[in-house]
Design a protein around this ligand. Structure first.
Ligand code: ANZ
Length: 776
């Protein structure tokens, strides 16, 4: 019979709301456990089933931890700045803050309807001025430390969203959000020097426990390469590369290589179109052919310039260089497979050893020679090179020309340049505006508000202008985990004492798609605060795990346009929160993408219906078989939750329920254990059955069940115990038990103990599965 999930779940949610069993204590003698899930962006679409996948699973972990006696912090909040809200505000003429509030109300209601055990008293919202005051304050710390700087850069510009994008936000040459082809634009931007932390961001991965694929992806993204910079002298450049310099001066092209050992085989040099352009800007009289090539190459996207298998293009620069290792004259080419912003923007080409160089040489008939390798250090020394390390990681473009973000708290004064807004004037609050539309000249809508822009220089009191760029939506999420620790503090972002109590985060779960963005940014941000003595640990997350996407039934991505989105509200309404939670953990391995299946969900709901009838089976005497199944269940579920194998944990629950059904009766003691292991997955019905059984406590406050290890041994054998070669008793042990496990119970056997009393054991002979003999 189907239970009435609506009534039952409402009853327990009201009780939890009243008794607040999930409040974390800032002072406690219990060990702490800080569990973090990526907080959602409260979009207008409401919760997506992908959210419960992570939240329910980690909810299972923290429920177990509380029962194990931990003081658990499991918080939630809203990462609420961002484009969709702003675009919706533009469309509807409403205020972004109003829309945000509505959306967070929906998300909160939806999450509470799932019975997730968040500590709701610590909710944070990145758009709350009391929150972003500290985001601004931290930005100023970067600024004061010289890590935030303004630079003219070519940025990725999305002509549809009218927004500059970080490299990470460009996917195959298109805007990550709207899919429009990205253009290049030159723009003055605030940058944060994350590259200064590149080494530590790689090296410290050794000190944390991340899924291997996460650590690897971060390492590859940072892309550290050990190599050398080597100068190739340009032959007879005379007033060609730089007419202003005296012709007596030697000219060089500097290449970056990770393989100086191959230098003897370097048969030509290739410079990037970007470097060629720089040379032309300072006076290089390049041919028309070169100019035309450079012009067209600079318009091309990096992704297709370097795409594998793409036909190589390039042009002879008409210049010669000297290979410094063997003094041979080589040609200099311009080609777009060499990138301007990596290394030195120029390479020595070794077609014998490098695939790309080989293709280029084949395409243009350039020489390929087979020369021996030289030792790395020897080669570098001989040509006067300098060993260096290069990174793929770029500095973080930290400004956006949009409204709905944290204002950058800086003021520009003709005399004093960029000046920090004094701390006492933080937060710099987003002013109300009439129109949220970005401007066509690429400036933020804030630039149109004279009252906001015109201000005084904090240093001299003279007229000054505020920065009108806002921060990217990765700002607020770079430190939200610190604010949960002390969300109401208005003197500091969090007190040192509380930070010390809670950091680092013991377990952090989130999507793989955040590995190179949020996860890297927040590690960097935390390291910087650590260096300033503001947080107690260099790494914020001791352990990082990741969940796979929930796909549509047909295995494709759920999307509004395809109409295949599963709405959690409807599922909860029709099948209940416990069914959704349990199903979503049962549907497949946690790390992997899994297609949604309504049939699967119905199957899980039927299982829960069966569970609800189990309380009728309480009674009967001891049942060893059932006790064994229960012991195994406790062990397996405990181990599986630790390993984040929720699907196999639930499979074991099912085995256990079948065994109870087959037994016809279950002792109240065993049943209580069952409810405790059911609780992390289906807390509402577990609580209901707990109450039905006669308990008045909340399961949250109960302790995690234990089991007798002897009961989980599958086969036991009878072991003969001898003293001086004579049989004196027997014991039951596992056939594979070690001598150290067997000896104590053997000695303790009543009759054996008698024979051993007062004797000195000279030797113990153990034959696993057969006998143990004490030689006296
Ligand atoms: C000679 C050579 C011989 C190279 C060989 C490789 C293999 P990673 O490991 O990715 O850092 N390179 C250097 N700067 C470049 C640029 N701006 N655009 C495109 N390619 C560039 O790669 C470093 C290697 O990539 C460098 O070492 C250089 O080619 C090339 F058997 O030098 B090598």
């Amino acid at each position: 019979m189907a239970y009435n999930h609506k009534q039952l779940e409402k009853k327990w949610q009201e009780k939890w709301e009243k008794e607040e069993p999930w409040k974390a204590e800032d002072q406690s003698t219990k060990p702490k456990f800080y569990c973090l899930v990526e907080f959602p962006y409260p979009s207008g679409a409401g919760l997506h089933v992908g959210h419960p996948r992570s939240y329910s699973a980690l909810d299972a972990v923290v429920r177990k931890r509380r029962m194990e006696g931990f003081n658990v912090l499991y918080p939630i909040g809203w990462d609420a700045f961002g484009l969709p809200t702003e675009n919706y505000a533009i469309k509807t003429g409403r205020k972004p803050q109003e829309i945000t509030n509505e959306n967070t109300d929906t998300f909160r209601r939806q999450l509470k309807a799932l019975g997730l055990s968040f500590d709701w008293s610590r909710e944070v919202n990145t758009t709350d001025p009391a929150y972003y005051k500290w985001t601004q304050w931290m930005f100023l710390e970067f600024f004061k430390a010289g890590l935030a700087y303004k630079a003219k850069t070519m940025i990725n510009w999305c002509p549809k969203d009218k927004i500059g994008l970080a490299n990470e936000e460009v996917v195959q040459g298109c805007c990550e959000r709207c899919g429009t082809t990205v253009e290049k634009r030159e723009k003055e931007q605030w940058m944060i020097a994350i590259t200064k932390y590149a080494d530590r961001l790689i090296d410290d991965l050794k000190t944390v426990n991340y899924l291997p694929k996460i650590a690897k992806q971060q390492e590859d993204w940072i892309g550290r390469s050990e190599g050398a910079e080597i100068n190739f002298e340009i032959r007879n450049p005379k007033s060609e590369t730089n007419p202003k310099e005296e012709s007596a001066k030697k000219h060089f092209v500097k290449v970056f290589t990770t393989r100086p050992d191959t230098i003897d085989g370097a048969t030509f040099v290739v410079i990037s179109p970007e470097l060629a352009k720089t040379w032309m800007d300072i006076g290089w009289q390049a041919s028309d052919e070169v100019r035309a090539y450079v012009d067209s190459a600079l318009k091309r996207e990096e992704a297709d310039r370097t795409a594998e298998g793409k036909e190589k293009t390039g042009v002879d620069a008409g210049i010669k260089a000297i290979n410094p290792f063997n003094q041979e004259e080589v040609a200099v080419w311009v080609a777009d497979y060499v990138l301007g912003h990596y290394g030195t923007g120029a390479i020595m080409a070794v077609p014998q050893h490098d695939e790309r160089d080989r293709e280029f040489a084949d395409a243009f008939g350039l020489p390929i020679v087979d020369r021996p390798l030289i030792a790395f250090d020897e080669a570098v020394a001989k040509v006067g090179g300098v060993k260096t390390t290069k990174y793929k990681l770029r500095d973080w473009v930290f400004s956006r020309q949009r409204y709905w973000g944290e204002p950058i708290p800086l003021v520009h004064c003709e005399e004093h340049g960029w000046v920090a807004v004094p701390e006492s004037e933080l937060p710099v609050v987003l002013p109300p505006v009439e129109k949220y539309e970005p401007t066509d000249n690429g400036e933020s809508p804030l630039a149109e508000i004279a009252e906001f822009v015109n201000t005084q220089c904090p240093t001299c009191g003279g007229p000054a202008k505020r920065e009108t760029d806002t921060m990217p939506n990765w700002a607020g999420s770079s430190w939200y985990f610190l604010r949960y620790i002390d969300p109401q503090n208005d003197q500091q972002f969090a007190s040192a004492e509380k930070l010390k109590h809670w950091m680092p985060i013991d377990l952090y779960n989130g999507g793989m798609e955040h590995t190179t963005l949020h996860l890297l940014y927040s590690r960097f941000w935390n390291k910087f605060l650590f260096d300033k003595g503001l947080v107690p640990t260099s790494e914020p997350y001791a352990r990082r795990h990741s969940h796979g996407l929930v796909m549509a039934e047909d295995g494709t991505k759920m999307s509004k346009s395809k109409g295949n989105v599963i709405n959690p509200d409807e599922i909860v309404e029709q099948y209940g929160a416990d069914a959704l939670r349990t199903y979503i953990m049962f549907m497949g391995p946690f790390e992997e993408p899994v297609p949604w299946s309504t049939n699967g969900l119905i199957g899980v709901r039927r299982f829960l219906d069966k569970v609800m009838t189990m309380s009728e089976k309480i009674g009967g005497g001891p049942n060893v078989e059932l006790a064994r199944v229960m012991a195994k269940t406790i062990k397996k579920i405990g181990d599986d939750i630790e390993a984040m194998k929720f699907n196999t944990a639930i499979a074991q629950l099912m085995i256990c329920v079948n065994a109870m059904q087959d037994a016809g009766a279950v002792s109240s003691e065993l049943f209580a254990s069952f409810l405790k292991v059911l609780f992390p997955f289906a807390p509402h019905i577990a609580s209901e059955l707990w109450e039905k059984t006669g308990y008045t406590t909340l399961l949250d406050t109960e302790s995690w069940p234990t089991y007798d290890p002897a009961l989980i041994v599958d086969d036991v054998v009878t072991l003969a115990v001898q003293v001086a070669g004579k049989l004196r008793g027997t014991i039951q042990v596992a056939p594979t038990a070690e001598q150290t496990e067997v000896e104590p119970p053997a000695r303790a056997e009543e009759n054996v103990a008698k024979w051993l009393e007062g004797q000195e054991v000279k030797k113990v002979v153990y034959v696993p599965g057969r006998m143990i003999n004490f030689v006296i």
